[in-house]
Design a protein around this ligand. Structure first.
Ligand code: GLP
Length: 245
């Protein structure tokens, strides 16, 4: 784990890791496939990436983005839609090609969910798998919307949100009862198959789960704990999030 004095230092470091990867791969004429989260944690990292684009011409034209998850059933123009969120906080501000942005469809009809998810996995695979997955972490150890007891071999799928997750989203939806019950998420299997993983955590409220994730038993009870077995998963933490390590 890498511990930073401030969230800004952390964001700068995460953005540098991502930009270096993009540059290295584009020097080799290769695209970079990123799995990206929403949430408050990665906001600073996206801001730094946008700054690198504006100030240093970091080129995203060969970057392929997959949004890691989406609430199921919400309207496409709902401000909590992960596609809209990621557009607003990141990809609208850089030269990513629209055709290289992939998001799960909150409105896919029930009978097409399985097909939609298989296609999403196929798209990830077809692009060569994830070069890097950026992750936040839920207070219950979820990554993407892979809630506790998700199988390590899980693929992209519809899942039921954990009560802790729905509580955490309550203010965004003006009350817990408005928070969707289900979500679509990229499975643990494609995430764990990524060549590089960056897990970000900010704040004291993440300290307990960060410790369980990094130092606890590897178990489906804490899906993020599977990252202990990954060959290149790095946790980037601010001081409060690292407080119980
Ligand atoms: C959300 C997202 C996750 C995110 C997590 C933490 O529910 N599905 O991808 O990492 O919760 O959110 P935050 O960064 O706001 O703490």
């Amino acid at each position: 784990a890498f511990v930073f004095q401030t969230g800004k230092d952390l964001a700068l470091h995460a953005a540098q890791i991502i930009s270096r990867l993009i540059r290295e791969r584009s020097d080799l004429g290769q695209s970079t496939v990123l799995g990206l989260p929403t949430g408050s944690t990665p906001v600073g990292t996206y801001r730094e990436l946008i700054r690198l684009y504006d100030e240093q011409g970091l080129d995203f034209s060969n970057v392929i983005i997959f949004c890691l998850d989406e609430f199921y059933g919400i309207a496409k123009d709902n401000p909590q839609s992960h596609r809209l969120w990621l557009a607003e906080h990141f990809f609208n501000h850089v030269n990513v090609k629209q055709e290289n942005v992939h998001c799960l469809d909150s409105q896919v009809v029930a009978s097409d969910i399985e097909l939609h998810c298989r296609r999403y996995d196929d798209l990830i695979q077809g692009a060569g798998g994830f070069d890097l997955v950026l992750l936040g972490i839920g207070r219950n150890g979820h990554i993407g919307f892979n809630e506790p007891f998700s199988m390590r071999k899980s693929r992209t799928r519809l899942c039921t949100l954990d009560p802790i997750t729905r509580q955490g989203c309550a203010s965004d939806f003006f009350g817990e009862s408005n928070v969707p019950v289900q979500a679509l998420t990229v499975g643990l299997s494609p995430i764990l198959a990524a060549r590089h993983v960056l897990l970000l955590a900010l704040g004291e409220h993440k300290a307990a789960i960060v410790t369980e994730t990094l130092e606890g038993v590897i178990s489906d009870r804490v899906p993020a704990s599977y990252l202990q077995e990954h060959v290149d998963a790095r946790a980037l933490l601010d001081l409060p999030a690292a407080g119980l390590l």
